[in-house]
Design a protein around this ligand. Structure first.
Ligand code: PMP
Length: 403
């Protein structure tokens, strides 16, 4: 049974007020709130276990290492990777994508080689490729979207050439809520012998993501968007690919033997984990994934889909409402009449309603849609129908003020 009030109790922040009004938190696409169990697991580790991992013979270090590696196993199970060697801890989606761009770019790409991305990417799946372009003179090809906000798969097919080395695409758009047909795109890429990186920042919090079922070669996500702590994320990579790539950063942990002349590198996944990892955050992430797994994605998806559908229906009845994208997932983007997105967001905030405004780190997508920015409401498992009603009432009130 899905008891929403019980779930809301797990997230103490949801009980607070802003401007003397109950908080309505609808900015989950940016980051989710944390259940008490995550904060407690991290507090407990700092208070009772804290020691640097992997390097110590002493009791605490071993205990901290056990927790850290148990967290890796929790992530492995959560995304169904074949082995923990395929689970690299990073600071988040952004670092994971940069890692692939840097290491795959160094090893597998040269002047004139091509990466395919899409028009709906977050800046973190655009700029790393531009940085690589400036270093290696690669070309970036962009798959367009339809007016409905879906990838134009016919054009995607035509973008492949004998110079295509990688496809890098988001699973779910953080602006449009489009769920891309990743399995089909993976098949297309593999039919051309091209590996694929999936930006799963906006899918992992909302649906079961099985890397073996998707058969993607790399996948990136952030802990903080899935009820976990900030500063921790994951890069999944097939072992055969990770093995081929050079290290990302140099330092402790990632080495095997070091002399001034020559260094050999640690085995996977440590080759990509230079320096002290955020071992407390990995514990928090594991606790968050356990929390989500206990509720189950069947339940979460049903709840979030109902909320999203309801929100779209209610919003579309507002005069002057422009909705962007299909909102397959827990994201609704919109503009109302001539009200500037920033004005709408600011006035909603005064009513206690937290939404995001602006370009959502997807400026090229804004250009495609012919707008400067939108207002985005994004839902999580703890949001309620009443909160959607509050959003709709808030927008109506602001619209009235603007006449
Ligand atoms: N990709 C997508 C689709 C996102 O929504 C985000 C976060 N808004 C990112 C990447 C970047 O995630 P992070 O800032 O956690 O690295």
């Amino acid at each position: 049974m899905f008891d929403i009030q019980q779930i809301r109790h797990d997230f103490p922040i949801l009980g607070r007020e802003v401007y003397n009004r109950p908080l309505v938190y609808l900015d989950n696409g940016a980051t989710t709130q944390k259940p008490l169990c995550v904060v407690q697991a991290m507090t407990d580790e700092y208070l009772n276990v804290n020691a640097n991992v992997h390097r110590g013979v002493h009791f605490l270090s071993q205990q901290a290492t056990d927790l850290h590696e148990a967290a890796r196993e929790t992530v492995r199970k959560f995304i169904n990777a074949r082995s923990t060697a395929e689970v690299v801890f990073t600071r988040g989606t952004t670092e994971s994508i940069n890692l692939v761009a840097a290491c795959f770019g160094q090893q597998c790409m040269g002047p004139g080689d091509e990466v395919i991305i899409t028009e709906m990417e977050h800046h973190s799946n655009i700029v790393p490729w531009q940085l690589l372009k400036s270093r290696k003179d690669i070309n970036i090809k962009v798959c367009p979207i339809t007016d409905e906000g879906r990838l134009d798969l016919n054009v995607l097919e035509r973008l492949f050439s004998e110079r295509t080395r990688l496809v890098s695409v988001c699973h779910v758009s953080n602006v449009l809520g489009t769920v891309n047909p990743i399995k089909d795109i993976v098949s297309k890429a593999h039919a051309h012998n091209v590996p694929i990186l999936v930006d799963a920042a906006q899918s992992v919090p909302h649906m079961a993501v099985d890397v073996q079922a998707l058969d993607c070669d790399f996948l990136a996500f952030s802990g903080h968007k899935v009820y976990g702590p900030t500063g921790i994320g994951v890069l999944y990579g097939k072992e055969e690919w990770l093995d081929k790539l050079p290290p990302y950063m140099g330092g402790g942990e990632m080495i095997d033997r070091v002399t001034f002349q020559h260094t050999t590198f640690n085995h996977l996944p440590y080759k990509f984990e230079a320096g002290t990892p955020d071992y407390v955050a990995t514990t928090g992430l594991a606790r968050a994934l356990d929390y989500v797994s206990t509720i189950g994605f069947e339940t979460i998806e049903k709840h979030e889909h109902e909320l999203t559908k309801y929100a779209r229906e209610q919003l579309s009845e507002i005069d002057g409402m422009r909705l962007f994208g299909p909102s397959d997932d827990a994201v609704v983007s919109f503009l109302v009449g001539n009200i500037h997105h920033l004005d709408l967001g600011t006035l909603l905030d005064r009513l206690g309603i937290a939404v995001r405004t602006g370009h959502h780190c997807a400026e090229p997508l804004m250009h495609r849609m012919g707008v400067e920015g939108t207002v985005r409401a994004s839902f999580a498992l703890y949001n309620t129908v009443e909160e959607v009603d509050a959003l709709v009432a808030g927008i109506r009130r602001v619209a009235q003020m603007f006449g």
